[in-house]
Design a protein around this ligand. Sequence first.
Ligand code: FES
Length: 146
Amino acid sequence: MEDTGHPSFSKTIVFFRQFFNLLISQWFLFIKVVGKESILIFAASKQIVEINMSETSSKASIKLDGEQVEIEIKDQTILQTLIDEGYDPPFSCTSGVCTTCMAKLTKGKVDMEVNYGLDEDEVAEGYILTCQSHPTTEEVELSYDV
Ligand code: FES
């Protein structure tokens, strides 16, 4: 440490250095605790989502390219379930924008995660974006052939 020749100045420097070190150590302790809780909260919320999703299951009857498809939808969107089952539904962005995946819901209800492509009238008429849609009823019927 630099000797200024004044004893009270040196004591002040030492005091502030110790105080600063204490603040830094407390800050790291705070971050460690908050960070740990954040992970626990994230883990807890993920578990809640996974539990909710695994409890949801719907039978879907879907008209696609003139074919009647019967599938069970659990924790995926309608579009993703069709793809996973080996079908070839229309899609492009998978982000709720382009409307390529649009279908008309004729029975049951769905929740769309986002909808940037359909206007209120289209939604009122039953059109949905299958890349964003999760069935909320035990059965849904929809058609891509509209
Ligand atoms: S694939 Fe683009 S909105 Fe669904």
